[in-house]
Design a protein around this ligand. Structure first.
Ligand SMILES: Cc1cc2nc3c(=O)[nH]c(=O)nc-3n(C[C@H](O)[C@H](O)[C@H](O)COP(=O)(O)OP(=O)(O)OC[C@H]3O[C@@H](n4cnc5c(N)ncnc54)[C@H](O)[C@@H]3O)c2cc1C
Length: 238
């Protein structure tokens, strides 16, 4: 495993596997990805919390979309359920109740500790499968079976490229021709909360309804789409 950066104590983005964000085929891929995560986490004896998730609705159009989604989605393979305000507040002590209409509950998400996973998984893979990790090893060029790793020539039977956000460095021309655009997602970390308080279910709200395509299958009315867009613009402006 050749890696550009040595892992440090940054926030590991994969803290909440999100099965089923998209079409039915994406949903089954998401669930398969979840199975793999669980298999690896359990084999590596890492900690995870089966927290589930709540997508919260604070506006009428959001609750309309979420409730409608909860009606049609189980038939498309999604496990979810619409909860009213009281039911949401019973499930999570972290939800702001003001203007809360209700929420979409999903039991399938789980939460891992990013720092633990990013530090421990390479150790597990090394011990169990003799995977050799090389950090600070930028791959400059690939011409199978050869790789140029920062001036050193490597030969490999199989080369699997998982360049992620850095793919355009290795293949700038292909990247330019693709329809992929880059976007940025930020994450903040709180200090430990008093009395070992934990969040419980992962929480998301209105902007997530617009961002992830799974809510589109509920086909909200044009007016609710417009209202939602207006709110997004307002929040971006703020
Ligand atoms: C803030 C944030 C929060 C997120 N939260 C979640 C979440 O809760 N749940 C979820 O499911 N997903 C989440 N994601 C998305 C998830 O992190 C990505 O989808 C996932 O990490 C993509 O994995 P990948 O292996 O394709 O790419 P990456 O994780 O980007 O891995 C690619 C690796 O290849 C290395 N690399 C690239 N080019 C080279 C080269 N030339 N030579 C050597 N090494 C190279 C990079 O350094 C990097 O380590 C989040 C993303 C962000 C940014």
């Amino acid at each position: 495993m050749l890696q550009l950066w040595e892992p440090g104590y940054w926030v590991w983005p994969m803290h909440m596997p999100l099965p089923g964000a998209g079409s039915p085929s994406q949903s089954s891929r998401g669930m398969r990805s979840r199975e793999i995560w669980l298999e690896v986490i359990e084999a590596a004896k890492l900690h995870y919390r089966p927290t589930g998730s709540l997508h919260l609705a604070y506006q009428d159009d959001e609750s309309a979309v979420a409730a409608e989604f909860a009606e049609v989605a189980p038939g498309q393979g999604y496990q979810c359920e619409w909860l009213n305000k009281e039911q949401v507040l019973q499930r999570s002590a972290g939800v702001c109740p003001t203007h809360l209409r209700g929420g979409l509950w999903s039991p399938v998400e789980f939460t891992v500790d990013p720092r633990q996973v990013i530090a421990q998984l390479p150790i597990f893979l090394r011990e169990r499968y003799a995977v050799q990790f090389l950090y600070d090893a930028p791959v400059r060029d690939i011409d199978p079976p050869l790789l140029d790793v920062d001036g050193t020539r490597w030969e490999a039977g199989n080369i699997i490229i998982c360049g992620g956000d850095d793919s355009k460095t290795l293949y700038p021309e292909l990247f330019r021709q693709s329809e992929i655009t880059c976007c940025k997602l930020q994450m903040m970390r709180t200090v430990p909360q008093p009395n070992a308080w934990t969040l419980g279910p992962s929480l998301a709200a209105g902007l997530t309804f617009r961002f992830y395509p799974h809510s589109r299958s509920a086909q909200p009315s044009p007016s609710s789409r417009n209202e939602s867009r207006v709110r997004c613009v307002t929040m971006t402006d703020v």
